[in-house]
Design a binder for this molecule. Structure first.
Ligand code: 6PG
Length: 231
């Protein structure tokens, strides 16, 4: 299920989302001594990252990771890891830990196995998941065009992390699976602009998850997806 929260501006959205997320993270730290959050890449979250990075929480007990990553070097303009380091791991949040999805040179089975072990022991289930959405209805790197989408959306998929080779986007990627992401304690979908609202309305108007993978998060009754949208 889902709830739409719309805001008068992107700035108002960024402030509200950062405040909500920081409260959740601090509550998790108070409860269990640590917190984990997966954020998404792309152009939408930069303002949110900047506001969140200045929130006064116990950042050294927070582990930040990505919902997905392009398999490129951190110095590459396409790197989500670079985006997060330059925009979120700054200011007060500079003391947070970062769980790298892009490790080593080759995204091979052995690398995936090591990453899955590490993610399951130190990261999952996430306290906070921030999803974005592409105009094709993909989220994380769960792309409708990819041959891996069936496995990616399979709720019985035991692999938290998997390799994806989208046909309509550059780079092969590593992504958390739907099965892993749906365990998150708090799920937010962060979308901005009129185009994305049209995509969201289309996603909400039907239920074929393989056509628009974001639907898996919007219609699953175990997930309370909080949609944060501004024009
Ligand atoms: C990525 C993201 C992806 C992103 C959407 C929206 O690696 O590209 O994880 O899922 O959130 O494509 O991107 P924009 O914010 O740029 O529209």
């Amino acid at each position: 299920m889902h709830k739409l929260n719309d805001f008068i501006s992107k700035e108002a959205l960024d402030q509200a989302l950062a405040e909500k997320v920081s409260q959740i993270l601090q509550a998790a730290i108070t409860l269990k001594g640590r917190a984990s959050i997966a954020v998404s890449g792309g152009s939408t979250p930069k303002g949110f990252f900047a506001v969140l990075s200045n929130k006064d929480i116990d950042w050294k007990k927070v582990t930040i990771t990505l919902a997905d990553e392009r398999w490129v070097d951190i110095n590459d303009d396409a790197s989500n890891t670079r985006l997060v380091h330059e925009n979120l791991l700054q200011n007060k949040a500079a003391s947070a830990k970062f769980f790298h999805l892009k490790q080593g040179e080759n995204l091979c089975e052995e690398t995936l196995a090591d990453l899955n072990l590490a993610a399951n022991s130190s990261l999952l289930p996430l306290d906070v998941l921030i999803l974005g959405m592409g105009e094709d209805g993909h989220t994380a790197s769960l792309f409708p065009c990819s041959e891996q989408i069936k496995q990616g959306l399979d709720i019985n998929n035991e692999k938290a992390l998997m390799k994806v080779e989208p046909k309509t986007a550059p780079h092969h990627r590593i992504t958390f699976s739907f099965a892993a992401l749906k365990q998150s304690k708090n799920t937010f979908l962060h979308v901005c602009g009129a185009n994305k609202k049209q995509v969201l309305d289309k996603a909400l108007s039907a239920n074929d998850v393989f056509e628009m993978p974001i639907r898996a998060f919007l219609q699953d009754t175990d997930i309370d997806t909080q949609i944060f949208w501004a024009e």
